[in-house]
Design a protein around this ligand. Structure first.
Ligand code: PBG
Length: 306
């Protein structure tokens, strides 16, 4: 073994699965390279008694991993793109996104097969302002109660009877082999996904051309276009996954279809729009769609939350 690549990762089971997934793909493609994991504890994982929106906002789950990259202790970090803010700190790059898992939100319940079945006043657990806005917009008569912790913790709280249903990402449940818990997938019309949901990204030091070259083959072109469009929406809105912002892009290699929305967490207002255009203009389309949302009232919703 001549070379080593070290992957910094959070220690939740989902993060470890994601890091091992990248480790396995790199190990297969690079037989001469040893690919090691460096598990790190992050503030976002340690603090579980307060909503994420209250403790740190943008980049909460990334900071400690970036510190390990900057210190030269690790060469790459694997992230759920959903957790990656639109602007990376100076000195870092995100050259690779992997082919996506499901982008959709999951409705998980031990009692009800879908949100429509729930009676008025039923309690739905989520700490995502986006998911709260979506479900309340669809069903204003439901009650939202905060739900933190990793995926297993959240399921345990549901099973303990604290909630009638909870909302999670299908991708996380699938990765943890918990897809059987999904009672129904929420369509993009019911719950437009978060920017980057279901996609894994690889972050490196911006000047680390050796690592960029070693991992470049993992980049998925379809997903890269999708991410460019969705993240351009976030960049213009100065958003993060801790705000009630959704955007989802699909394309056929030529034409891109991008939907986005910004909603009040109580569901009372939902500003939605969509745009179509050439894939080569993914970022411009995202920027333009964000401008339209802002002009249609998203500016007021986001200002009221900050
Ligand atoms: N913020 C936590 C987080 N970050 C990424 C995922 C799911 C996997 C993904 O979207 O890639 C989850 C769990 C969830 O939202 O249920």
């Amino acid at each position: 073994m001549s070379k080593t690549l070290r992957i910094a990762t959070r220690q939740s089971q989902l993060a470890m699965w994601q890091a091992r997934h990248v480790q396995a793909r790199l190990a297969t493609a690079l037989p001469d390279t040893e690919v090691a994991l460096l598990p790190i504890s992050t503030e976002g994982d340690r603090v579980t008694d307060r909503p994420l929106s209250a403790i740190g906002g943008k980049g909460l789950f990334l900071k400690e991993l970036e510190a390990a990259l900057a210190a030269g202790e690790a060469d790459l970090a694997v992230h759920s793109m959903k957790d990656v803010p639109a602007e990376l700190p100076a000195g870092f790059a995100l050259p690779v996104v992997l082919a996506p898992a499901s982008p959709l939100d999951a409705f998980v319940s031990n009692t009800y097969a879908n949100p429509e079945e729930m009676p008025a006043g039923a309690v739905v657990g989520t700490s995502s302002l986006r998911r709260a806005a979506m479900i309340k917009h669809m069903r204003p008569d439901l009650e939202i109660v905060s739900l933190r912790g990793n995926v297993q913790t959240r399921l345990a709280k549901l099973d303990a009877g604290d909630y009638d249903a909870i909302l999670l990402a299908c991708a996380g449940l699938e990765r943890l082999e918990l897809a059987a818990r999904i009672r129904c997938e929420l369509t993009p019309e019911q719950s437009l996904p978060a920017i980057g949901q279901g996609v894994l990204g690889i972050e490196i030091r911006a000047d680390d051309t050796d690592t960029a070259e070693a991992i470049g083959h993992l980049d998925d072109e379809y997903t890269h276009v999708r991410i460019d469009a969705e993240r351009a929406v976030n960049a213009r809105l100065e958003g993060s996954c801790h705000l009630p912002i959704a955007a989802h892009a699909t394309h056929d290699g030529r034409s891109l279809y991008l939907r986005a929305c910004v909603g009040r967490p109580d569901g009372s207002v939902m500003v939605r729009d969509e745009i179509t255009g050439p894939v080569g203009e993914a970022a411009e389309l995202g920027h333009r769609l964000a401008e339209r949302l802002l002009a249609a009232g998203a500016d007021k919703i986001l200002a009221d939350l900050s």
